[in-house]
Design a protein around this ligand. Sequence first.
Ligand code: TRP
Length: 360
Amino acid sequence: MEKIILTGDRPTGRLHVGHYVGSLKERVRLQNSGLYDKIFIMIADAQALTDNAEHPEKVRENILEVALDYLGCGIDPEKSTIFIQSMIPELTELTFYYMNLVTVSRVQRNPTVKSEIQMRNFEASIPVGFFCYPISQAADITAFQATDVPAGEDQMPMLEQCKEIVHKFNTVYGDTLTEPEIVLPDNSACLRLPGIDGKAKMSKSLGNCIYLSDEPDEIKRKIMSMFTDPNHLAVSDPGTVEGNPVFTYLDAFCRTEYFSGYLPEYHDLDELKDHYRRGGLGDVKIKKFLNNVIQSELAPIRERRRMWEKRIPEVCEILRHGSETAQMAAARTLHDVRAAMRINYFEDTSWVENHIRGAI
Ligand code: TRP
C-alpha cells in the first residue's frame, strides 16, 4: 500500500510556535524521511469559512501567510503538494455523500466540536456548515487515500470520526476508502504548547502566541514577559518546573548542545531543572536561556520565509500547481466512490439495460 500524508491548517492567521512543535516540525521530518509516496498539505480555507462566513477577507488574506509559514519551515514544494482546499470541488461532493453516514448526535458528541461551539458562543445557533466540518475533514483525508495525518493532539477526535466514516462507507458500499492514522509528536511538551501567559493553549484570540514570523526583538519581549511559577518570588525560593511554561518550552525546543553555547554552567536540562527546584536560580536567567534557544530555532525559519516573501508570484504558482495536482488525485477517489455507490450512471449503464430488458 502506498504511504500518503494529508494534513492542513485553517488560514485564519499566521502560524505560531505551537503549530510548529505540534505538527509542522513533524511534517518536515516525515517529508524528508523519504518514506512517503505522496504528501499533500492543505490550506483549509473552506473549513475556515465555516466560522468566518462574514469575513472571507480574513481567510483570503491569510492564505499566503500560511503558505509562507509552510515554506519557511521547510515544506519543500518539490516533495510536498501544497494546495488550497476550496479549489478542489470534489471535496464538497464527497462531504455530501458522507453526511448520510453520520448522525447528528455523533457530531454533537465530538469533543473538538463541543469545545469550539462553546468558545465561539455558538450554543444557541450553530451554522450547519460549521457543524458538518468534521465530515468535510473526513472528505479531505479520504480524498487523498491518506494513510498518515500529522496533526496536533486537538485533531484526535476528528481522526476518530473520519475512521468511523471510512468503516461505514466500506461496510455499506464495499472496500473503497483508506483508514488513516494520526501522527503525533512523541515529545509530550510538543503536544500542547501553553501560551506565554501560561494558559493551556497558544491561540491567536488569547493574544499569547509567539509567531514564526515574529522579529527577534518581539520574540525576546514575549519571552521575558512569560508567566512562570507564581510562587517563585525570590531567586533563593524553590521553584516548580511542572506546568511552568518556561520549562515546557525548554522541553519542547531545547537541544543539549545549546548548553555549551549559552549556559555552560549546566550540562543538560535535568541539571537546570534540579537547580530551579532547589532554589537559587532566577527566572530572568532561564528566560534569557530560553530566548537564545528559541531565537536559534526560529532564525532559519524566518530567514527562509523572508526569502519567499520576495517571490510571491512564485508562491502563488506553487499553490496553483499544487491545487491542480491535488484536484486530479481527489477526482480519482471520487470516481471510485461513485462507482462503489453505483451512482456512476453513464459509466455503468446496466440500470438502463435492465430497464429495457424488463420492458420487453
Ligand atoms: N482542522 C484543522 C485545523 O483546525 C485543519 C484541517 C482541515 C485538517 N482538514 C484537515 C487537518 C485534514 C488535518 C487533516 O487547523
